[in-house]
Design a protein. Structure first.
Lengths: 111, 111
């Protein structure tokens, strides 16, 4: 059973066009939701961890939010350098050290 | 300075061979991981070590054997390579919950 679902699979934006990526999860008793960015041919880069509903974290043009069922990664006025695959991950039911990753959203920002 | 390094970056080998991938981190982290990313970009944990002790061992064929000589190094040895082992293997480290720093990856191609 998929515990993490990301949507859309791919998103194409124009530079400056704000949007949001979604990560929904099915585990109960969430012990953290993680966001990563992955550039082609590179390892994932850690962005944020959110632990409780209502929590928000920001980094440059990115803001991550968390509810009891999903997380959003809001991208404000994106630039071409924001193009990457964004991954979210959660610890599975009953486990905290390992993470179950979603399949990612591939974001392309055109100039 | 590179935080998490892996060697080799590319590995092309024939079925049935035995190969190793090496990983080193200079961050002083206690926990290290091996992740596998398949052709669909799906990232799955294989192993995790904390202070040289194995703490996560996912359902991975026993042809895969991790070894941690010290907490800065985590190597992956693969015996009798199969076509399905072709993937990108990432090493990661962390001092907190979840992998925080990933290496650049080792692209393994089995022919």
């Amino acid at each position: 059973e998929d515990q993490v679902t990301q949507s859309p699979e791919a998103l194409r934006l124009q530079e400056g066009e704000s949007s949001s990526l979604n990560c929904s999860y099915t585990v109960s008793g969430l012990r953290g939701l993680f966001w990563y960015r992955q550039d082609p041919g590179k390892g994932p880069e850690f962005l944020f961890t959110l632990y409780s509903a209502g929590e928000e974290k920001e980094k440059e043009r990115l803001k991550a939010t968390l509810t009891k069922k999903e997380s959003f990664l809001h991208i404000t006025a994106p630039k071409p350098e924001d193009s990457a695959t964004y991954l979210c991950a959660v610890p599975p039911q009953g486990g905290s050290e390992k993470l179950v990753f979603g399949k990612g959203t591939k974001l392309t920002v055109n100039p | 300075d590179t935080a998490v390094s892996q060697t080799p970056k590319y590995l092309v080998t024939q079925m049935g061979n035995d190969k190793s991938i090496k990983c080193e981190q200079n961050l002083g982290h206690d926990t290290m991981y091996w992740y596998k990313q398949d052709s669909k970009k799906f990232l799955k944990i294989m192993f995790s070590y904390n202070n040289k002790e194995l703490i996560i061992n996912e359902t991975v064929p026993n042809r895969f054997s991790p070894k941690s000589p010290d907490k800065a190094h985590l190597n992956l040895h693969i015996n009798s390579l199969e076509l399905g082992d072709s993937a990108v293997y990432f090493c990661a480290s962390s001092q907190r919950q979840g992998p925080r720093y990933f290496g650049p990856g080792t692209r393994l191609t089995v022919t």
